[in-house]
Design a binder for this molecule. Structure first.
Ligand SMILES: [Zn+2]
Length: 390
């Protein structure tokens, strides 16, 4: 019965909410890296049991922040939302990417990074790895709506981080934060040894019911994106017991994804890399990035390496802050698609630093003074002055 009901719903959705395939969205979806996902999951495992308020929990927060900085997000785009849990400080991490047309309307993409009892590689290292990949790939992509990528803490103790965020940020801003939708990613790791080819998409069926129809609509859109941009099949279910619920209670429009083959390992020491399916995470990432681009109305005329040659990339080069102290940030269109290298020389022509494909460059070892930074893309170069002030 369940299956028949779901497939009828899907058929209905295709005619009711037709969505077109967008090649630019698929190009970015194709940038999702299985290697990056595997690396993130391994590092997440190595951080141990990230129980809310513990040292490991704070270490995971710092590790996450370093990741976003390495993608080129600035301190100004990163904020923290702290609260006390059993006398210890724990923090939500929020990355804001400002929209081009609706800067004050937000698409929230969220998942928790805290774990309980075990390393939580599936619950919710899987979601963490995808939020990171999406933030990396979308860094230089214009979106009409603003996006907030949020890594919540305190989920395992009863959605404490997301509830704190709703209370102290969403409802405490004047006017109240305008949220287009909340897209939650929790436990999308699948089960090792099983055929993980289906993702559960969750709509709001709880009270208050005034936001349920809108949730149904965006969940149908999410399911269409799963079909358009990933090899996965969809299963429609209902939202419960994760970080979208405090938003739901606040009358926001929510949707979410959760594994269809449900692992028995979460909240045990067995929630490890070997007990999940990293390829499933990769495929879920394709679906999720397709959906986030659709929800935030990402630019559909993405430049490719063909129509953005090296000289055009170099024209767009920005290096900041200037003067700089301990790091510089590199910004350049298409920098995810093509190799680049950066060299810093002093005024005597001595090479002091050389990096490859790095957008945040540590210059803490260089003393105050004037330097020359040269960006190289293929056989093209551009040189800019860099002032370092300690
Ligand atoms: Zn979870």
């Amino acid at each position: 019965m369940k299956k028949i009901f779901f497939s009828l719903t899907t058929v209905f959705s295709i005619s009711a909410f037709s969505q077109n395939f967008t090649q630019a969205y698929q190009n970015r979806v194709n940038e999702i890296s299985q290697t990056n996902i595997n690396t993130t999951l391994t590092e997440f495992a190595n951080l141990g049991v990230k129980k809310t308020g513990s040292v490991s929990n704070n270490n995971a927060f710092a590790w996450l922040k370093t990741k976003y900085l390495s993608f080129g997000y600035t301190e100004g785009e990163i904020s923290e939302n702290a609260f006390l849990y059993q006398g210890n400080t724990t923090k939500n991490l929020i990355i804001t990417k400002t929209g081009t047309t609706y800067p004050n309307t937000f698409v929230i993409v969220c998942g928790h990074y805290d774990t309980i009892t075990g390393p939580g590689v599936n619950d919710n290292g899987s979601g963490v790895s995808l939020i990171l990949e999406m933030a990396r790939i979308l860094k230089e992509v214009p979106t009409e709506y603003s996006i907030k990528f949020i890594n919540f803490t305190g989920e395992e103790q009863g959605l404490l981080g997301s509830q704190n965020y709703v209370n102290t940020v969403v409802n405490s801003t004047s006017p109240k934060m305008d949220i287009k939708l909340v897209f939650n990613i929790d436990q999308v790791g699948g089960v090792a040894g099983q055929v993980n080819n289906t993702i559960t998409c969750e709509r709001d069926t709880s009270n208050p019911s005034s936001n349920n129809a809108a949730s149904n609509t965006i969940t149908q859109q999410l399911m269409n994106c799963v079909t358009l941009y990933s090899p996965l099949q969809t299963n429609l279910s209902y939202a419960y017991a994760s970080d979208y619920m405090p938003f739901q209670s606040n009358n926001e429009v929510i949707t979410g994804i959760y594994e269809y083959n449900e692992s028995t390992k979460p909240h045990t020491t067995g929630d490890t890399y070997v007990n999940m399916d990293p390829v499933f995470v990769y495929n879920v990432g394709k679906a999720a990035l397709g959906a986030v681009q659709y929800f935030a109305t990402a630019d559909t005329n993405a430049l490719s390496t063909v129509d953005c040659p090296p000289e055009k990339m170099l024209e767009s080069l920005k290096i900041y802050p200037n003067p700089a102290n301990d790091f510089i940030q590199i910004e350049m269109i298409n920098s995810n698609l093509i190799d680049f290298s950066f060299t810093i020389v002093d005024l005597n022509g001595r090479t002091l630093l050389q990096t490859k494909n790095e957008k945040r460059i540590n210059i803490s070892k260089l003393s105050s003074g004037l330097y020359l930074g040269t960006m190289t893309v293929e056989d093209q170069k551009v040189t800019k002055k860099i002032m370092i002030k300690k």
